[in-house]
Write a protein that binds this ligand. Structure first.
Ligand SMILES: [Zn+2]
Length: 118
């Protein structure tokens, strides 16, 4: 009966990274620096053009609520050809997940037993 578990196991993996319908974009607001992750549905959000697709979206971030209109052109394989955006800029998924501030100094550098130097 091991095959049942294997079936369920692969299903679980599918749910986390099998979003074939979705395209993900990462945008940062120029005004407040808020980062926004956007999902465009290939079937419902993209409009067909002569040579690919176009995606229109007005992004509203969750910090200053300023509207950030964008227009992204994609080729027939959903690769971004050009992107226009007002009031914000596109960032990578790595930049989106990066912490706001640099991490604190490693604990081994802070020796609590040493006298404080002034
Ligand atoms: Zn903002």
């Amino acid at each position: 009966m091991g095959f049942l578990r294997r079936l369920f196991g692969s299903d679980k993996k599918k749910s986390s990274q099998g979003d074939v319908q979705g395209l993900y974009f990462f945008v940062q607001c120029d005004n407040c620096g808020a980062r926004v992750r956007l999902r465009a549905d290939k079937q419902y959000d993209l409009n067909r053009t002569d040579d690919g697709y176009v995606w229109h979206k007005t992004i509203v971030d969750s910090k200053c609520f300023r509207q950030i209109p964008t227009e992204v052109h994609l080729d027939g394989n959903y690769n971004v050809v050009s992107a226009e955006i007002e009031g914000g800029h596109y960032i990578t998924s790595e930049e989106y997940e990066a912490p706001d501030r640099p991490p604190p100094s490693p604990p081994e550098l802070m020796d609590e037993g040493a006298p404080q130097r002034r």
